[in-house]
Design a binder for this molecule. Sequence first.
Ligand code: 5GP
Ligand code: MN
Length: 339
Amino acid sequence: MTEDDIIAIRSLISSPKKIVVVPHKNPDGDAMGSCLGLYHYLKKHEQEVTVIAPNDYPEFLKWMPADDLSLKYELEKDHSDQLIKEADIIFTLDFNALNRVGDMEQFLTESSAIKIMIDHHQEPADYATYMYSDVQMSSTCEMVYNFITWMGDQSLIDENIATCLYTGMMTDTGSFRFPSTTSETHRVVAYLIEQGANHSEIYNNVFDTNSFDRMQLLGRALNNLKVKPEYRTAFITLSQEELNQYNYKKGDTEGFVNYALSIENIAFAAIFIEDKGNDIIKISLRSKGTFSVNAFAREHFNGGGHINAAGGRSELSLEATVEKFISILPNYLKALNNA
Ligand code: 5GP
Ligand code: MN
């Protein structure tokens, strides 16, 4: 984002506008945290703002301030389409291409609103009027903090904004442990805590609200874990039947893939989750070091993301998807052993 862009956006939001803020499909903590943080900020400028998520998201994200005012496109299509049609400005947060918003894609593409992208994913598409893309950033929430300071409004960050932004910074950094976490990340969260973010309560809301079923499902997942030591790879499968057995709810499998990655000498981890409703296998990929799961997901599983965290999908059966995955590994023998 150039100095001219910053001046232009500052002027745009200095008078009332109709604004829509959109995260990616299946929004995570960073996606919802950045959207709601930006929502509270824009409200301070007397803007008419609505957050529209493409679809529903897990309960453990539904406590953030003003979350109850956000719409889910899947459930409120007409109202959402109307708001998108009337919008002067659309912020797209935590995604890099319009195909990441599911059924909202067409309306967003057709909209003549000014589009402002804030995102940290690899290989951003060129759809936005103003683009703040930085793949080095820990999280989109950290970027929204930067954006607010560039607007000259750091002093407007209050408890609501701080709480939302802290949430996404915490979730996207694996509670500040991933390599993307910098000293600047810590400076930003220090400031957010000073403005009222309660780090302990936020952690508790997101991570210490497990159901017994979810813990049992984790047990099942760990039982299904397989290791391919020669490829420094570990993977987990969960079938629809297994999910049903433990009353699977959205978000229940969040973070499971990290257990596979935590095994000694493993550099590449995957989880394959059967979704009979959509007739796909949803895939999450994680890596350590130089092995790019973004490239792997793009090349083989119609997905993308970051170097060390990416996702994708397969239209094959669960068994065939795993077979395909295993059959690809030899192509990466060198890369995995040098990761
Ligand atoms: P997760 O595995 O937690 O769903 O996603 C890991 C990262 O990859 C996130 O940054 C997410 O936005 C991205 N991601 C997940 N699924 C997809 C996908 O199907 N396509 C693309 N392009 N990115 C994805
Ligand atoms: Mn993110």
